[in-house]
Design a protein around this ligand. Structure first.
Ligand SMILES: [Zn+2]
Ligand SMILES: [Zn+2]
Length: 137
């Protein structure tokens, strides 16, 4: 079966819903093939807007899920047919997280989507600082 042409088939794309969400942090996007819906992380798209490889990688990856859900051999082939090898993420890709905790003593970092209540560092037990809207690579 020619999966890639199935994705770009006009009928297949007709009812496709593409959403940019600010609730989907820490990932690039997600696909619900049965609802014909692709959700992209708004923060990720903004953060990587100057990195065409990171954007292509994400768009192709989610579109391929429309016809193939598991990350298996067929899935990676579909991505290649759509013009992007997603088996390894492009350089300089950044993920958006809502919160970020950094230890004042050892510098240990942790990322969160919800505000962390525990300020103590898991590594050394010292107090951490909590930041808003931080990025990791
Ligand atoms: Zn995927
Ligand atoms: Zn620490």
């Amino acid at each position: 079966m020619d999966y890639a042409s199935k994705v770009i088939d006009k009928e297949e794309c007709k009812n496709l819903k593409v959403v940019f969400s600010n609730k989907l942090n820490g990932v690039n996007g997600t696909c619900y093939p049965f609802l014909r819906t692709i959700i992209y992380c708004d923060g990720y798209m903004r953060l990587n807007r100057n990195n065409i490889d990171a954007i292509t990688y994400t768009v192709v990856e989610e579109c391929a899920h429309l016809v193939r859900l598991p990350h298996d051999e067929i899935f990676y082939k579909v991505c290649c047919d759509l013009g992007c090898d997603v088996s390894s993420p492009p350089k300089g890709i950044k993920y958006y997280w809502k919160y970020f905790k950094q230890c004042k003593k050892c510098g240990n970092e942790k990322y969160y989507n919800r505000k962390p209540h525990n300020k103590l560092c898991k590594k050394c037990g010292s107090e951490s600082t909590i930041f808003f809207g931080k990025v990791n690579e």
